[in-house]
Design a protein around this ligand. Structure first.
Ligand code: NDP
Length: 284
């Protein structure tokens, strides 16, 4: 039997509609959530991402303010802008679109953003809070993955979860969230031996390698749930993931497509974090 296709577009729309409703309620109390979006340089993919984030803000009723800075912007100038945004009470969230031009140190920028406005959850304070089990913003892509699994009706408790990839933005935080939901988690990477055998025993597999066909049908247990984070191009230039979708869907219980799976969730979770930021700051 072919797998259920987990529809990230539909689930992300549900979440954005929930955020829209809660934003309207917050506005009735005189609070309008506001996100500052900072783009440095001319990277065309970054421009598309930033545009999509602004559109999502419009949909949810969240104000977005854009700062589009030239490629030649100095690190000190960007730090100055962030300082200003940190102090500005009308700004609830700050998003600096990565990657930044090479002459700007991304770590310096991430560290400069106030943890209370760090809606991407990249600041070490928020990352630490996530790892120690406290309450903080959840990183957008990993949180979106959790929503995809849970809103599709699958329980994570006691499940064998395998995460392929150990990056700071996807692999590690998604492993931490699965652990928090009581999964038994194994993290794999490019040096892992017996990836095939490790995957074969998994109930849930999250693949985030950026390499096509990392996960093939022979590696998947009948009835497993497969989340494909990858964004690659095939020979025809078509967007595809890290999973051999056509063959794996024949053995999996549920699977996310690319496009239309994890991708739309990232922005929906960003909207959720903006709302949370505005709510939390309204108590201060
Ligand atoms: P990184 O390149 O930072 O990390 C890739 C990870 O995969 C590394 O830990 C690497 O291991 C591991 N890896 C690579 N090849 C293999 C292999 N053959 N077997 C096992 N492990 C392997 O990527 P990201 O985590 O940033 O992103 C992963 C993918 O997800 C990309 O395609 C990216 O575009 C996509 N993405 C999608 C998002 C969305 O919203 N849909 C958001 C973010 C990312 P090692 O550490 O040993 O090098």
């Amino acid at each position: 039997m072919s797998a259920k296709i987990i529809d990230g577009k539909a689930i992300s729309l549900d979440i954005k509609q929930e955020v829209k409703k809660q934003t309207e309620q917050l506005k009735q109390k005189g609070i309008t959530p506001c996100l500052a979006v900072v783009l440095v340089g001319e990277d065309s993919a970054s421009k598309v991402y930033v545009n999509n984030k602004k559109k999502a803000c419009d949909f949810c009723g969240i104000t977005s303010i854009s700062y589009e800075l030239p490629e030649s912007t100095k690190e000190s100038e960007l730090l100055e802008l962030i300082k200003k945004l940190n102090q500005d009470k009308s700004i609830n969230g700050i998003l600096v679109q990565l990657p930044l031009p090479k002459h700007i140190n991304e770590n310096h920028i991430i560290l400069a953003i106030s943890p209370q406005k760090d809606v991407d959850c990249f600041h070490p304070q928020n990352v630490g809070t996530l790892y120690t089990g406290g309450k903080c913003f959840l990183p957008c892509t990993p949180a979106g993955i959790l929503e995809l699994i849970q809103r599709s009706g699958y329980d994570i408790t006691a499940k064998e979860c395998v995460v392929i990839g150990r990056s700071n933005i996807v692999g590690k935080p998604v492993a931490m969230l699965l652990l928090r939901e009581n999964g038994t988690v194994t993290i794999c990477h490019s040096k892992t031996k017996n990836l095939h055998d490790i995957c074969k025993r998994a109930d849930i597999i999250v693949v985030a390698t950026g390499k096509r066909n990392t996960l093939t049908r022979d590696m998947v247990k009948q009835g497993a749930i497969i989340i494909d984070v990858g964004m690659n191009r095939n020979e025809e230039g078509k967007l595809c993931g890290d999973v051999d979708f056509e063959n794996v869907k024949e053995v999996a219980r549920a699977i996310t497509p690319v496009p239309g799976g994890v991708g739309p969730m990232t922005i929906a979770m960003l909207m959720k974090n903006c709302l949370t930021a505005a709510e939390l700051q309204s108590y201060c």
